[in-house]
Ligand binder design. Structure first.
Ligand code: ASP
Length: 319
């Protein structure tokens, strides 16, 4: 992988009211040759996710409720690699990872390699609120979900023809997912009370083996939120984001180093690029600044704020 990738970023000015930022994964979108229909579909779903979170925030709801709601919309759509549209592992099954964190309390919940919850982000929230733990995995996490009334689905719910085709292509020696596309989804929000939250959900990498777990459910790597710093959700080559402690590193640069979100995010993505990593992140702070930063060619992303039109973008600089 190239180590001098172009970084694309956008950061808004602070606002008094609420801010919501979402992503649907980073990657080389142009090389995927997205059809007009695919592009239109992605935009429609991103707007729907923004709408669901914005409705909660506009009514004075919490950042945690908003990020969960936005991520659930993206999980339910087969287009994104999370929930319903999750990729297949080497064993031909869907193993889902998700996390959520409340910046006001620093409560956090995460699940990895789960197979039964329709909305893994909601299972992660149940871990946060209804267990004494932060992270549950595989069969135990599935059992916890069933015991706590989290909606369960059969494996067929997660079977989409396109993901199966990608899996078959990879098995035949192709390189579909590893190089072309990361499709995790995530949301970060700052509510009208000034609190932040973050959530991330993913199917991980196509053809992953040995119960591989990426950065998404690792609190501090792919997901992190603290009012005194920032709330961040990441997407990309998870191993690099774990090694950089990306989402926590960004927050620490803000909280301890006094950096602005733009500077902190640029430094984190720069460090990931220096290790050969590729991907991006979305972030908000307690002053209502928000935006994104990525070194991949594109990243599905959107932003909503009170009184402003939604902003939805797919491509980056150079695409
Ligand atoms: N970061 C995710 C992982 O490594 C993949 C992605 O963003 O699509 O599992």
């Amino acid at each position: 992988m190239s180590q001098d990738r172009t970084i694309s970023s956008y950061w808004s000015a602070p606002v008094e009211g609420w801010t919501l930022v979402i992503h649907g994964g980073a990657g080389q979108l142009r090389q995927l040759n997205l059809s007009k229909e695919q592009e239109d579909h992605a935009r429609v779903v991103l707007v729907a996710a923004l709408d669901s979170g914005a409705k909660i925030l506009a009514a004075g709801g919490s950042a945690v409720d908003a990020v969960e709601a936005a991520v659930r919309v993206l999980e339910d759509d087969p287009y994104f690699n999370a929930g319903r549209g999750a990729v297949f592992s080497a064993d031909g099954i869907n193993e889902l990872d998700a996390a959520i964190m409340d910046g006001a309390t620093r409560d956090a919940g995460a699940v990895s390699a789960v197979t039964k919850a329709r909305n893994p982000v909601t299972l992660a929230r149940a871990v946060m609120e209804q267990s004494p733990h932060v992270m549950l995995t595989a069969g135990g996490a599935d059992r916890f979900g069933a015991e706590h009334g989290i909606e369960q689905v059969a494996p067929a719910w997660f079977h989409t023809d396109e993901r199966w085709r990608q899996y078959e292509e990879l098995r035949k020696g192709g390189t579909f997912d590893a190089d072309l596309k990361y499709g995790t989804v995530g949301a970060v929000a700052r509510d009208a009370q000034g609190h932040v939250a973050a959530a991330t959900s993913t199917g991980g990498l196509t053809g992953k083996r040995w119960n591989r777990i990426g950065d998404s459910p690792v609190i501090g790597a792919g997901t992190w939120a603290e009012d005194a710093g920032a709330a961040t959700s990441c997407t990309g080559s998870g191993e690099h984001f774990i090694r950089v402690g990306a989402a926590h590193e960004l927050s620490a640069r803000v909280r301890l180093g006094g950096a602005g979100l733009d500077e902190a995010a640029g430094a984190v993505i720069g460090e990931i690029g220096a290790f050969g990593g590729v991907g991006g992140l979305i972030s908000v702070d307690a002053q209502g600044r928000g935006g994104w930063c990525f070194n991949s060619q594109g990243m599905y992303r959107g932003m909503a704020r009170g009184g402003e039109p939604h902003r939805v973008e797919l491509y980056g600089i150079g695409e």
